[in-house]
Ligand binder design. Structure first.
Ligand SMILES: [Zn+2]
Ligand SMILES: [Zn+2]
Length: 329
């Protein structure tokens, strides 16, 4: 529990970065899974039949007439160590069929494959994290649109709504593991967490930590981030981009989500993020991907935010430019 003197607000953007990083880099089903093959729409997998026959023959892949279909095959590498990251997702040496993928494309595949059930998992993770703090803990909410208010961690609500005919279908197959499919059914439930300024009854800001389950259309905060933190209106616009429609009129709101199958792991992730948040002054992280490390570079304007490299700084700039203390207005 926080001490009463620790009244520095939790920062929702920073917490989201850390939760995303610690969750996705340790995801048990994809732990040490290296990408072996990619299929898109009518373009089949290129590696020899055998390891992926189960995926190619999946009736969902053949019969569904989605606007976009993405298939990914992974194979676990038991010799791998450390966190799983987009930058270490390719096997070594890199197979020729995957050598064209850019860092941004690898990041999308990394998230899209691991997030097939990511929205409920991320809602549960947030709940586990906030359960580590008193309900009245102050929470700062910032977005790339310039939103900046302080509310309390308990001023949040889980929003669940039905998406109608998702536009994109994703199959991720882990060899000798499992087949994970998103977007193949006529409707799918989607869950996010809403926040609002103190005293306001309505949700003002929506956090979707699993928005990349929809591919690049899920990138938020100005277009490059791996999660979405935005106004309710912007969130509804995003839903229109990823599905034929959304039954927002019948959206359910609730305060808590039930216990789920991943709770032991998610509780570990939440505690890890609390530790990292408390050590923020001495152990910084990348403002785009949440990676900790010695080799991070500082924003040259404010000398406060850190990044892995120029690409991650550029990706976070639509958000950071709103709050960079060194930027001339
Ligand atoms: Zn980074
Ligand atoms: Zn800066």
């Amino acid at each position: 529990m926080s001490t009463p003197s620790d009244q520095t607000p939790l920062d929702l953007y920073s917490i989201s970065l850390l939760l995303s990083y610690e969750c996705i880099s340790t995801e048990p089903r994809f732990r040490h899974a290296k990408l072996r093959d990619v299929a898109t729409g009518s373009t089949p997998f290129t590696t020899p039949l055998g390891i992926h026959k189960a995926v190619v023959d999946a009736p969902e892949w053949i019969s569904h007439n989605r606007d976009t279909k993405d298939g990914f095959i992974f194979e676990k590498d038991d010799t791998a160590t450390g966190p799983d990251l987009p930058s270490n997702m390719l096997p070594s040496p890199v197979p020729s069929n995957l050598s064209h993928l850019s860092p941004k494309e690898l990041e999308t595949i990394f998230w899209q494959a691991r997030s097939h059930d990511g929205c409920y998992r991320s809602v549960a993770l947030l709940q586990h994290f906030f359960d580590l703090y008193p309900p009245n803990t102050p929470l700062r909410v910032r977005t790339s649109a310039g939103t900046d208010y302080i509310t309390s961690a308990s001023s949040r609500v889980i929003l669940e709504m039905r998406l109608l005919r998702p536009k994109r279908m994703t199959i991720a197959y882990v060899v000798a593991g499992g087949v994970y499919i998103t977007g193949h059914e006529d409707t799918m439930m989607h869950a996010v967490v809403g926040f609002g300024p103190p005293g306001e009854a309505n949700v003002a800001t929506v956090l979707d930590l699993a928005s990349l389950q929809f591919g690049d259309a899920g990138r938020g905060l100005g277009g490059r981030s791996t999660f979405a933190l935005e106004s309710l209106d912007a969130f509804y616009d995003r839903l229109e981009a990823v599905a034929q429609g959304a039954d927002t009129a019948n959206a359910r709101s609730s305060e808590r989500i039930r216990q789920g199958p991943h709770d032991a792991w998610l509780t570990w992730v939440a505690k890890r993020v609390k530790e990292r948040w408390e050590e923020r002054d001495t152990k910084p992280w990348c403002g785009h991907c949440g990676r900790p490390g010695e080799a991070l570079k500082k924003c040259s304007l404010c000398l406060e935010d850190y990044y892995c490299d120029a690409a991650h700084q550029t990706a976070a700039w639509p958000f950071h430019k709103r709050f960079c203390k060194g930027k001339k207005m």
